[in-house]
Design a protein around this ligand. Sequence first.
Ligand code: GCW
Length: 678
Amino acid sequence: AEDGYDLWLRYRPMPAEARASYGDTLRSLTPGGDSPTLMRVTAELTRGLSGLTGRNAPITDRPGEGAVLYGTPATSALIAALDLPLSDLGEEGYLLRSVRIDGRPVTVIAGNTDVGVLYGAFELLRRMQTRQPIAALDVRSRPAMRLRVLNHWDNLDRTVERGYAGQSIWDWHKLPDFRPRLYEDYARANASIGVNGTVLNNVNSNARSLTPEYIAKTAALAEVFRPYGIRVYLSARFSAPMEIGGLPTADPMDPRVRAWWRAKAEEIYAAIPDFGGFLVKANSEGQPGPQDFGRTHADGANMLAEALAPHGGVVMWRAFVYAAENPEDRHKQANLEFEPLDGEFAENVLVQVKNGAIDFQPREPFHPLFGAMPRTPLMLELQITKEYLGFATHLAYLGTMWEEVLRADTWCPSQGSTVAKVIDGTAFGHRLTGMAGVANIGSDRNWSGSHFDQANWYAFGRMAWDPQAADAETIAREWAAMTFTPDPRFVEPAVTMMMGSRQAVVDYMTPLGLHHLMATGHHYGPGPWVDDLARPEWNPVYYHRANAEGIGFDRTASGSNAVAQYAPEVAARFGDPDVVEEDLLLWFHHVPWDRRMRSGRTLWEELVGRYDRGVATVGEMQDTWARLRPFVDDQRFEEVAAFLSIQKEEARWWRDASIAYFRVFADRPLPEGAREPE
Ligand code: GCW
C-alpha cells in the first residue's frame, strides 16, 4: 500500500530505459568487509537496486564489470589499492567514484569508516532515485557539523509533547526485549539523511528514564541504531538525584550530587559504550535546575559535563528560558541569562538555542544569542514538529524557514557571520558543533502525521549535514522526486507549492511580524484576544499590543530595546521601521494603522491584504495538487487533498477571526474588495 511508510526510501521501478542503463552500470555488489554496518549497506543496496532496476545484484568477491565496491581502506585491500583521496573526509565523509579495476568499470563507495560508506551508499541511491547520471562519478562529501540530532519530546507513557503523528514510536513497555522492524527502519531513514544522534525522551523529562530499568531499554535501542551510526542521548532531569537517588538536594556544588551523576554516567556507559550524552532543559517553564540552588546554568551544565567527559559524552544545555519573576520582554531573557556566562562552560558543553527568541513561531528573526556568545559552541534547535504551524494538517515546508535563519547575518564578529557559520564552528573556531530538530515522528503509518511533513524531517537532516550549503529548494526537489516521482511534471509544481507554503501560513496566521497569537494550551487556531493567562508573556495581547493608534511590539529604544541585543548593524536594521523587512515590521515596531507600506497601501490595508493572500495561496495549493493527480497514487493523493481542504477552512478561520478582532482597534473600513469576516 502507498501509505507513506517507505518515506523517501521508496525504491519503485524506474521506467524501462532508465532501468536498463542504471542496471548496467550497477550490476553486482562487492562488499569490502563484513561489519554490521557494511552488512546494512549490502542490504540497502540490494533493496535499492532490485527495487529501482528490477534486477538482482549478486554479491561477488571480485569486482566484475558494473560492480559496486564499497568499504574502507582498512578492511578492503581492493579499496586500499585504489589510493583514494580520503584523508580529509573525516570520520563520516564518503567518496563515490567511477573507476576501472582490471579494465572493468566499477563504482566505488569509500570512506574512512563504515558509517561514511553507509552515507555514501544512500547518496548513490539518492542519485538514482532522482535520475542523476552515475556512470562518471567523482563525489566527495563530509558533514560540516558533528552532532546532527533529533530531539524526541516523547514521554515514557508514549504521549508526545507537541506530537501530531500518533503515539511515541518507543514502546517502552515492551523494551528491551521486543524490537520491532520499525526501529531499524527509523535508523535507516535517519542514516539516509545523515542524522547521527537521537535524544529519546522529552526535555520536560521524567527522572525514571535514568533508572536501571530504562537504561536497559535505552541500551536496546542503541544496539539497533549503532550500525547506522546513530548514538542515543537522554534528556536528564536536573533533580534526578533527589527523585531517584535519594539525596536531599540536587545542588551542583554538592559533592554527593556530583558523585551521583558520575556514578550514573558510569552506569550508563557500562550499558551503552557510545552513549551520546545529556540534553537538559533547566529552570524553564517549571523544570528544575541549578538556579533552584542559587547556582548558574554554567554550574549545572559543567557538573554534568564533568560526569560525562571521561566517557566522551556531551551536554546540550538549552537556552530556552524565561522566568515568571522576570518583567523583561521575553525576547530578551535568554540573552540576559546566558550572555554573561559566555566562556564559562566546560569543553564538552553546547548551549542549544532555538532559531528565534520567542518560540518556534511561523516567522521569527534569528535569536540574538547567535551573535552574543563567541566563546561557547552554540547548537541550533529547530522544531520539525509544527506546533505553531497548523500541526500535521497544514502543509508547510519548513526548509525555507530554516534556510532563512541559517543565512541570517549576525554581524558577529563581522559581516558575513551567518548563523550557519556560527553553528558550524567556522565563525569562532569551535570544533564541537551541532544542530537539533524536535522530531515530528510518531507511530502513524506515515511516521509524521502527514505525507508532506516527511519533507521537514528530510530537510532537517540534509541541512544539518552542511548548513552553509543548505538550499531549501534543492532539498524540496530531491524529496519530492524520491517520495513521489522524479517526473518533472510532478516535481516542479510540487516544489513551487512547497516553497510558498510556509509564507502562506505566516500570512494567514501572523503576517508582518505578528507572533504568538494562537489559542491557549494546544496552540491550534487563533486567539489574539486572549489576555487572562497567569503569566503576562503567555498572553497574545502582550505581543500584538493593538490599540487605537496602531499595532506591534516596540522593541526599539523607545520600547523594550531588545534590538540592542543584536550587533549594531543588525540592531540598526531591525530598529528602523523604514529599513526592516516588512515581514518583521510588527515584531520590532508599534506601527500606526495609516502608515504607508511599500505597496502603497496603509498598514491596515496591508494587514488585511496579507491575510487574504494567505488564504488565496492555500487555494492555489489545492489547485496545484488537483492537477498532480495523474502522478500520485490514490491513497496519498486523497490524504493530501483532504488535509489541504482542512487547511483552507482553517486559513479562513485564522483570517476572519484575526481581522474581526483587530478591526475593533483599527476602526477603519475593510479595504475595497475584501470579504467580510464570517
Ligand atoms: O514551545 C514550547 C512548547 C512546550 C515545550 C517548550 C520547550 C517541551 O509549547 O511544549 O516543552 O517550548 O521548548 O521547552
